[in-house]
Design a binder for this molecule. Structure first.
Ligand SMILES: [Zn+2]
Length: 410
């Protein structure tokens, strides 16, 4: 009989975590570096302490939990994120973070030490309130002071201000890179966030690759004027340029390729009065494709489209693209291992590509990496109705545990 997670404890933990950052109208708003995020981290730290685990922090709030000692040995890592999108669900990130913690706890309880240590990690700001995959990118390559100083959140607030006095950070902000020699492998459990597993009646997805993505901000600068006294043809309306630009994005995605997607999820308008011509319109961009070349081509095309829209409305446009997060194939040996562990547990599995971005795509550049998906009801995610059944939560965690154990002992 293979070792299993404590399913009741895991489900209880997920339920407790789902109370933190709960919106009055349902769903969760636990965006990064907010009081709700701090509360979730305090909850996680208390669970670690209860289990006798140590918790290491870096200066951007990444957290790594493990048994004391053996810190110099290459370790098997697993984990995900505790932050959510605004009005998101209780499973995206939370499942992988809590399941990794459960696996480390379970292995600690289950007797003989494995050849390699196993650690549970929580990555900061996976959802990119300040930067796509902030924490894992910081672990992969680190950020300069200038890069960090330029990062702003949804509300226009600066990351460096949010981090000021943030209790869940230690050390130098530019010294967050993880030495690959500390790692043996990384595995992440996550909900699918799409409909494939549920539609096909399959319990476990073995992720083959993760999509490439980028994003950024387009700022249209016009001129604020009186809404009553400024004739229509004398205006420089930043929001009208933004509207033309946003309207052009679906065509641009279609021209890029069948798997290309572009989302303009947020518009900020200043001064924002109902009786003022908009001076500034800032549009957020998120765009993805399985091919790096197409992501790079979309990045260029978005910049051109912004200039065209600006010219058409007599305003000025600035395009501030994020760096491109490369699409990555996941480790073949680990994929076979996951399929094997699922079969041992009597669970069906299929290969599946990830259309969502994950911290695993940064980890894959540091160490052999794999991901395990479990079904999402109706394929819904990043919304309050996001749901995965108790049976699938526990099955996914059991596959993760078996995978980590094999990785740590071979
Ligand atoms: Zn996630």
């Amino acid at each position: 009989m293979s070792l299993r997670v404590d399913g009741k404890r895991l489900l209880r933990d997920l339920a407790e975590l789902a109370e933190i950052g709960r919106d009055p109208g349902g769903g969760l708003s636990r965006t990064s570096f907010t009081p709700a995020d701090a509360q979730a981290r305090a909850w996680y730290a208390a669970k670690c302490e209860e289990a006798g685990l140590t918790l290491e922090l870096d200066a951007l709030g990444n957290m790594v939990a493990g048994l004391p000692g053996r810190h110099d040995e290459p370790a098997v890592w697993s984990g995900s994120h505790l932050d959510t999108v605004p009005h998101g669900g209780a499973f995206d990130g939370a499942l992988g973070a809590v399941a990794a913690l459960e696996c480390v706890r379970r292995l600690a309880e289950s007797g003989p030490q494995l050849t390699r240590p196993v650690r549970a990690v929580v990555f900061s700001d996976e959802e990119g309130n300040y930067n796509h995959l902030l924490g894992s990118t910081a672990m992969r390559r680190g950020f300069s002071e200038e890069e960090l100083a330029a990062m702003t959140g949804r509300d226009g607030d600066r990351l460096v201000d949010a981090l000021d006095g943030w209790p869940w950070a230690r050390g130098s902000r530019t010294d967050t890179r993880v030495d690959p020699a500390r790692l043996h492998a990384f595995a992440e459990l996550h909900i699918e966030q799409g409909p494939t597993l549920e539609q096909q009646g399959i319990r476990i997805g073995v992720v083959t690759s993760i999509i490439g993505l980028s994003g950024g901000l387009v700022r249209f600068h016009g001129r604020a004027d009186h809404a009553g006294t400024t004739p229509m043809d004398a205006r420089s309306d930043a929001l009208l340029a933004a509207a033309q630009f946003i309207g052009a994005m679906p065509g641009l995605a279609r021209a890029s390729g069948p798997a290309s997607v572009i989302t303009t999820g947020r518009v900020r308008v200043q001064p924002g009065g109902t009786n003022q011509v908009p001076e500034l319109a800032e549009v957020s961009l998120d765009f993805r494709d399985p091919s790096r070349e197409r992501v790079a081509a979309m990045l260029e095309a978005i910049g051109r489209s912004a200039q065209e829209a600006a010219a058409a409305h007599g305003v000025r446009a600035e395009w501030h693209p994020d760096e491109i997060v490369d699409p990555v194939p996941l480790d073949e040996g680990m994929r076979a291992l996951i399929a094997d562990c699922a079969a041992d547990l009597g669970l069906s599995s299929i290969d599946i590509a990830s259309g969502a971005g994950h911290d695993s795509q940064n980890m894959a550049l540091l160490t052999p990496t794999a991901m395990i998906f479990v079904p999402s009801r109706d394929g819904r995610s990043h919304v309050p109705v996001e749901y995965t059944t108790d049976e699938d939560v526990v099955a996914g965690a059991d596959v993760l545990l078996a995978t980590l154990r094999r990785l740590a002992d071979t």
